[in-house]
Design a protein around this ligand. Structure first.
Ligand code: 3SL
Length: 245
Protein backbone atom coordinates (compact mmCIF):
# COMPACT_ATOMS: atom_id res chain seq x y z
CA UNK A 1 0.00 0.00 0.00
CA UNK A 2 1.24 3.47 -0.90
CA UNK A 3 -0.41 6.55 0.58
CA UNK A 4 -0.67 9.93 -1.11
CA UNK A 5 -2.11 13.12 0.36
CA UNK A 6 -3.59 15.84 -1.82
CA UNK A 7 -4.67 18.95 0.05
CA UNK A 8 -7.45 19.92 -2.35
CA UNK A 9 -9.42 18.41 -5.27
CA UNK A 10 -7.49 20.80 -7.55
CA UNK A 11 -4.17 19.28 -6.37
CA UNK A 12 -5.12 15.73 -7.34
CA UNK A 13 -3.69 14.42 -10.63
CA UNK A 14 -6.27 14.56 -13.40
CA UNK A 15 -4.80 11.83 -15.63
CA UNK A 16 -4.75 9.01 -13.06
CA UNK A 17 -6.98 7.37 -10.46
CA UNK A 18 -6.01 5.51 -7.28
CA UNK A 19 -7.14 2.01 -6.29
CA UNK A 20 -8.87 3.65 -3.35
CA UNK A 21 -9.76 7.31 -2.80
CA UNK A 22 -10.44 8.61 0.70
CA UNK A 23 -12.35 11.87 0.56
CA UNK A 24 -11.99 14.09 3.61
CA UNK A 25 -14.01 17.17 4.57
CA UNK A 26 -13.86 17.31 8.35
CA UNK A 27 -15.71 20.67 8.42
CA UNK A 28 -18.22 19.38 7.65
CA UNK A 29 -19.41 17.28 4.71
CA UNK A 30 -17.72 13.95 5.49
CA UNK A 31 -18.51 14.32 9.19
CA UNK A 32 -22.15 14.82 8.22
CA UNK A 33 -22.10 11.83 5.84
CA UNK A 34 -20.67 9.52 8.53
CA UNK A 35 -23.18 10.79 11.10
CA UNK A 36 -26.18 10.40 8.78
CA UNK A 37 -25.26 6.84 7.79
CA UNK A 38 -24.53 5.91 11.39
CA UNK A 39 -27.98 7.26 12.32
CA UNK A 40 -29.61 4.95 9.79
CA UNK A 41 -29.90 7.00 6.60
CA UNK A 42 -30.37 4.63 3.65
CA UNK A 43 -27.71 6.50 1.62
CA UNK A 44 -26.20 9.89 1.02
CA UNK A 45 -26.19 10.98 -2.61
CA UNK A 46 -23.74 13.81 -3.21
CA UNK A 47 -23.99 16.52 -5.85
CA UNK A 48 -21.83 19.54 -6.53
CA UNK A 49 -24.53 20.91 -8.83
CA UNK A 50 -27.72 22.03 -7.14
CA UNK A 51 -29.97 21.75 -10.19
CA UNK A 52 -28.92 18.13 -10.79
CA UNK A 53 -29.65 17.41 -7.14
CA UNK A 54 -33.15 18.85 -7.40
CA UNK A 55 -33.93 16.93 -10.55
CA UNK A 56 -32.67 13.57 -9.19
CA UNK A 57 -34.35 14.08 -5.83
CA UNK A 58 -37.68 14.83 -7.50
CA UNK A 59 -37.82 11.26 -8.84
CA UNK A 60 -37.41 9.83 -5.32
CA UNK A 61 -40.36 9.01 -3.03
CA UNK A 62 -41.11 12.18 -1.03
CA UNK A 63 -41.26 10.52 2.40
CA UNK A 64 -37.97 8.69 1.75
CA UNK A 65 -35.85 11.71 0.84
CA UNK A 66 -34.28 14.73 2.49
CA UNK A 67 -32.72 17.62 0.66
CA UNK A 68 -29.58 18.74 2.49
CA UNK A 69 -27.42 21.57 1.33
CA UNK A 70 -25.01 24.29 2.27
CA UNK A 71 -23.68 27.37 0.54
CA UNK A 72 -21.38 29.74 2.42
CA UNK A 73 -21.93 27.60 5.52
CA UNK A 74 -25.69 28.30 5.54
CA UNK A 75 -28.61 25.97 4.80
CA UNK A 76 -29.87 26.26 1.24
CA UNK A 77 -33.26 27.97 1.20
CA UNK A 78 -36.13 25.52 0.87
CA UNK A 79 -34.01 22.47 1.77
CA UNK A 80 -34.87 20.18 4.71
CA UNK A 81 -31.40 20.29 6.25
CA UNK A 82 -28.19 22.25 6.02
CA UNK A 83 -24.82 20.57 6.49
CA UNK A 84 -24.67 20.32 10.26
CA UNK A 85 -23.93 16.77 11.44
CA UNK A 86 -25.84 17.55 14.62
CA UNK A 87 -29.12 17.66 12.70
CA UNK A 88 -28.63 14.09 11.44
CA UNK A 89 -30.36 12.29 14.30
CA UNK A 90 -32.04 8.89 13.83
CA UNK A 91 -35.46 10.57 14.24
CA UNK A 92 -34.74 12.77 11.22
CA UNK A 93 -32.70 10.59 8.84
CA UNK A 94 -33.52 6.92 9.52
CA UNK A 95 -34.47 5.08 6.34
CA UNK A 96 -34.10 8.20 4.20
CA UNK A 97 -31.78 9.17 1.38
CA UNK A 98 -30.01 12.48 1.86
CA UNK A 99 -29.55 14.38 -1.38
CA UNK A 100 -26.57 16.48 -0.33
CA UNK A 101 -24.78 19.41 -1.91
CA UNK A 102 -21.96 21.37 -0.25
CA UNK A 103 -19.41 23.91 -1.45
CA UNK A 104 -16.27 21.78 -1.39
CA UNK A 105 -16.80 18.27 -0.01
CA UNK A 106 -19.18 17.12 -2.73
CA UNK A 107 -16.81 18.59 -5.37
CA UNK A 108 -13.93 16.54 -3.92
CA UNK A 109 -16.10 13.42 -4.10
CA UNK A 110 -16.95 14.12 -7.71
CA UNK A 111 -13.27 14.56 -8.56
CA UNK A 112 -12.46 10.91 -7.66
CA UNK A 113 -15.85 9.22 -8.13
CA UNK A 114 -14.58 7.05 -10.99
CA UNK A 115 -11.98 5.37 -8.77
CA UNK A 116 -12.64 1.63 -8.24
CA UNK A 117 -13.13 2.28 -4.54
CA UNK A 118 -14.18 5.52 -2.82
CA UNK A 119 -14.66 5.93 0.91
CA UNK A 120 -15.11 9.04 3.03
CA UNK A 121 -13.39 9.82 6.28
CA UNK A 122 -13.49 12.43 9.01
CA UNK A 123 -11.91 12.66 12.42
CA UNK A 124 -15.00 11.05 14.01
CA UNK A 125 -14.66 7.82 11.96
CA UNK A 126 -10.92 7.81 11.32
CA UNK A 127 -10.32 4.31 12.73
CA UNK A 128 -13.09 2.79 10.58
CA UNK A 129 -11.27 4.12 7.50
CA UNK A 130 -7.92 2.84 8.77
CA UNK A 131 -9.39 -0.63 9.47
CA UNK A 132 -10.85 -0.80 5.97
CA UNK A 133 -7.54 0.15 4.34
CA UNK A 134 -5.58 -2.32 6.46
CA UNK A 135 -8.05 -5.11 5.61
CA UNK A 136 -8.30 -4.45 1.87
CA UNK A 137 -4.70 -3.28 1.26
CA UNK A 138 -5.30 -1.24 -1.91
CA UNK A 139 -2.06 -0.63 -3.79
CA UNK A 140 -2.51 3.12 -4.13
CA UNK A 141 -4.53 5.26 -1.74
CA UNK A 142 -5.22 8.94 -2.32
CA UNK A 143 -6.42 10.96 0.64
CA UNK A 144 -8.10 13.99 -0.89
CA UNK A 145 -8.81 17.02 1.28
CA UNK A 146 -11.72 19.21 0.25
CA UNK A 147 -10.16 22.52 1.28
CA UNK A 148 -12.09 25.70 0.64
CA UNK A 149 -12.62 26.85 -2.95
CA UNK A 150 -9.22 25.59 -4.07
CA UNK A 151 -7.32 26.56 -0.92
CA UNK A 152 -5.82 24.21 1.64
CA UNK A 153 -7.74 23.48 4.87
CA UNK A 154 -5.66 22.49 7.87
CA UNK A 155 -8.38 20.25 9.38
CA UNK A 156 -8.56 18.00 6.29
CA UNK A 157 -4.79 17.54 6.06
CA UNK A 158 -4.58 16.87 9.81
CA UNK A 159 -7.19 14.12 9.40
CA UNK A 160 -5.23 12.63 6.48
CA UNK A 161 -2.20 12.67 8.79
CA UNK A 162 -4.21 10.92 11.52
CA UNK A 163 -5.14 8.15 9.07
CA UNK A 164 -1.59 7.81 7.70
CA UNK A 165 -0.07 7.75 11.17
CA UNK A 166 -2.46 5.05 12.35
CA UNK A 167 -1.79 2.89 9.28
CA UNK A 168 1.95 3.34 9.79
CA UNK A 169 1.65 2.28 13.44
CA UNK A 170 -0.55 -0.74 12.70
CA UNK A 171 1.25 -2.19 9.68
CA UNK A 172 4.77 -3.38 9.08
CA UNK A 173 5.20 -1.35 5.89
CA UNK A 174 8.36 0.77 5.98
CA UNK A 175 7.96 4.56 5.64
CA UNK A 176 9.78 4.50 2.29
CA UNK A 177 7.25 2.03 0.90
CA UNK A 178 4.20 3.52 2.62
CA UNK A 179 4.64 7.25 1.99
CA UNK A 180 3.93 8.10 -1.64
CA UNK A 181 4.52 11.85 -1.47
CA UNK A 182 6.01 14.38 0.92
CA UNK A 183 2.53 15.65 1.78
CA UNK A 184 1.99 12.43 3.78
CA UNK A 185 5.01 13.22 5.98
CA UNK A 186 3.81 16.80 6.40
CA UNK A 187 0.28 15.65 7.25
CA UNK A 188 1.53 13.27 9.95
CA UNK A 189 3.68 16.03 11.47
CA UNK A 190 0.68 18.36 11.46
CA UNK A 191 -1.53 15.81 13.20
CA UNK A 192 1.19 15.02 15.76
CA UNK A 193 1.43 18.73 16.60
CA UNK A 194 -2.31 19.20 17.17
CA UNK A 195 -3.73 15.78 18.05
CA UNK A 196 -4.38 16.61 21.72
CA UNK A 197 -5.98 19.92 20.90
CA UNK A 198 -7.85 19.60 17.63
CA UNK A 199 -10.73 21.76 18.83
CA UNK A 200 -8.33 24.64 19.41
CA UNK A 201 -6.96 24.45 15.87
CA UNK A 202 -10.50 24.09 14.47
CA UNK A 203 -11.46 27.31 16.28
CA UNK A 204 -8.43 29.12 14.81
CA UNK A 205 -8.48 27.93 11.22
CA UNK A 206 -10.23 29.90 8.48
CA UNK A 207 -13.21 27.60 8.01
CA UNK A 208 -13.62 27.20 11.78
CA UNK A 209 -13.70 31.00 12.05
CA UNK A 210 -16.31 31.13 9.30
CA UNK A 211 -18.49 28.58 11.16
CA UNK A 212 -18.03 30.35 14.50
CA UNK A 213 -19.48 33.50 12.95
CA UNK A 214 -22.53 31.37 12.08
CA UNK A 215 -22.78 30.12 15.70
CA UNK A 216 -21.17 26.81 14.77
CA UNK A 217 -19.13 26.07 17.89
CA UNK A 218 -21.18 22.98 18.74
CA UNK A 219 -20.38 21.65 15.26
CA UNK A 220 -16.66 22.31 15.77
CA UNK A 221 -16.77 20.46 19.07
CA UNK A 222 -18.51 17.49 17.47
CA UNK A 223 -16.26 17.38 14.38
CA UNK A 224 -13.07 17.54 16.45
CA UNK A 225 -13.72 14.25 18.25
CA UNK A 226 -11.63 11.23 17.26
CA UNK A 227 -13.01 7.74 16.52
CA UNK A 228 -16.45 8.19 18.06
CA UNK A 229 -18.31 6.40 15.22
CA UNK A 230 -17.52 3.01 13.78
CA UNK A 231 -19.14 3.66 10.42
CA UNK A 232 -17.51 3.58 6.99
CA UNK A 233 -19.24 5.42 4.14
CA UNK A 234 -18.41 3.64 0.87
CA UNK A 235 -19.46 4.56 -2.66
CA UNK A 236 -21.78 1.98 -4.23
CA UNK A 237 -22.34 3.91 -7.45
CA UNK A 238 -20.94 7.29 -8.50
CA UNK A 239 -21.95 9.84 -5.88
CA UNK A 240 -23.97 7.41 -3.75
CA UNK A 241 -22.52 6.52 -0.36
CA UNK A 242 -23.82 3.78 1.90
CA UNK A 243 -22.65 2.34 5.18
CA UNK A 244 -20.28 -0.57 4.63
CA UNK A 245 -21.66 -2.29 7.77
O1 3SL B 1 -17.52 22.99 1.80
C1 3SL B 1 -18.14 22.01 2.21
O2 3SL B 1 -18.27 20.99 1.59
C2 3SL B 1 -18.84 22.15 3.53
O3 3SL B 1 -18.55 21.07 4.32
C3 3SL B 1 -18.65 23.49 4.14
S1 3SL B 1 -19.61 23.81 5.56
O4 3SL B 1 -18.89 23.37 6.71
O5 3SL B 1 -20.90 23.19 5.47
O6 3SL B 1 -19.76 25.28 5.61
Amino acid sequence: MKLFVYHTPEDTPSDLLPDCAVVIDVLRATTTIATALDAGAEAVQAFSDMEKLKSQASSWQTDKRLLAGERGGLKVEGFDLGNSPLTCTPEVVKGKRLFLTTTNGTRALQRVEKSPCVITAAQINRQAAVNYLLETQPETVWMVGSGWQGDYSVEDTACAGAIAQSIFQQSDISPINLFGNDEVIGAIALYEQWKDNLLNVFRQCSHGQRLLKLKGDADLQYCSQTDILNVLPIQKEPGVLVSSK
